[in-house]
Design a binder for this molecule. Structure first.
Ligand SMILES: Nc1ncnc2c1ncn2[C@@H]1O[C@H](COP(=O)(O)OP(=O)(O)OP(=O)(O)O)[C@@H](O)[C@H]1O
Ligand SMILES: [Mg+2]
Length: 362
């Protein structure tokens, strides 16, 4: 169920494999007689093998969402399915279901903002911890931990203690530990927020590499658009406990009015003078392949400046947004703008307002 105004760029079809699905997920916290609705009917669909970013302001409900996905937090209502298993159905249903839930959780790795390492244990022993809980033998634990430390580039730190590591190295340990149970899915709650920009880049690169090498699906939560921009295949925008936009990055780009697309691909550019009309053109597929802009220029004998553009190719078709400037005010450009709309393009006139004010004043 999408709330009104939801922009869902991604047309979900039954043939797609979703490794994480939430349906009408709701979380209400009750503390000392007060109720806070942190999640208000969230439908999330994360496809197998993708990096999916959830972005939103502080308090939007991002952490609540990720904690409900692995049932660290019990949802108030709704369902969570991970790798085909309905986790919500297992929660609180006796010891047998409890065991199954723990096993299912073992298939979900979690990375935290503040690493959550045990300071009294060595790096290797931190990575071995989830394997101890799973009952893996000592020899196998050690083999697995060293393999994972190699994967995250920390072989030489196996015997070190967390206090002897940099923030980036600590997070690498956190990631190795999250991978110990061979998860299909990795959840990350602000994994890079405590790191400097360069370390952030290297950790994001590591997550991307793991995603590609291991086919690991990554669901990450962030409040930084740059994180989404650098590694996400899909993204969702959360506001007040709801997902208000979602889709693949390319699909969002082709969605008129998408806030995420504007933030991800700012097409920038201001009008170069008062007597100019600035128009944002969103195009998808067929329309993009036609040389519409040059046709417009020839048909109406006008000079068009391109102020900015963001274009991507999805399934062999171009999608994108372009900001162009036409000479003259809006009233002089009604016909050319009508022409663009006839070509199947979505058009937003940016500096339309002054004209309306002027008309109103007449
Ligand atoms: N354990 C809790 N008990 C009561 N209220 C909570 C609890 N955890 C979160 N909340 C409330 O739920 C809402 C959503 O919080 P949440 O931590 O999910 O947001 P967030 O998007 O992760 O924010 P941030 O970017 O600051 O981490 C907030 O109003 C918060 O105060
Ligand atoms: Mg949070």
């Amino acid at each position: 169920m999408h709330p009104p105004g939801h922009i869902h760029a991604l047309r979900t079809t039954v043939t797609e494999t979703h490794v994480i699905t939430t349906t009408d997920l709701t979380k209400v916290y009750r503390t000392s007689g007060r109720e806070v609705t942190a999640l208000d009917g969230v439908d999330l669909h994360v496809r197998e093998g993708e990096v999916y970013g959830v972005i939103g302001q502080s308090g939007a409900g991002k952490s609540s969402l990720i904690r409900c996905v692995n049932l660290l937090e019990r949802p108030t209502a709704g369902t969570v399915t991970v790798a085909g298993q309905d986790l919500t159905a297992l929660a609180g249903r006796g010891p047998r279901a409890g065991r199954e839930l723990r096993r299912a959780r073992g298939r979900i790795g979690m990375v935290f903002q503040h690493f959550n390492l045990l300071s009294t244990r060595t790096v290797q022993d931190n990575v071995e911890l989830p394997l101890e809980i799973l009952g893996t033998s000592g020899q196998e634990r050690s083999r697995k931990a060293l393999e994972l430390l190699d994967l995250v580039g920390l072989t030489d730190k196996a015997k070190a203690y967390p206090a002897q590591l940099s923030g980036g190295q600590k997070q690498r340990v956190g990631i190795a530990r999250a991978l110990a149970g061979d998860p299909k899915v990795l959840l990350s709650d602000e994994a890079t927020s405590a790191l400097d920009p360069e370390t952030t880049r290297s950790i994001l690169q590591l997550l991307r590499d793991l995603n590609r090498q291991l086919g690991l699906t990554v669901l990450l939560i962030t409040h930084e658009m740059d994180v989404v921009k650098s590694i996400c295949d899909s993204a969702a925008l959360m506001e007040k406990g709801r997902i208000v936009e979602s889709g693949t990055v390319s699909e969002l780009l082709a969605t008129p009015g998408s806030e995420l697309a504007s933030a991800l691909f700012p097409v920038g550019g201001e009008a170069s003078g008062a007597d100019r009309t600035v128009v944002d053109v969103t195009f998808q597929g067929e329309a993009a392949t036609q040389p519409v802009i040059s046709q417009l220029s020839r048909t109406y004998n006008i000079d068009i400046s391109i102020l900015g553009a963001a274009i991507d190719t999805v399934g062999g078709l171009q999608v994108g947004r372009m900001r162009i400037e036409l000479p003259g005010r809006y009233e002089d450009n009604v016909v050319p703008i009508g022409f663009l709309r006839e070509q199947g393009l979505h058009i937003d006139v940016l500096n339309e307002e002054p004209l309306l004010v002027k008309e109103g004043a007449k």
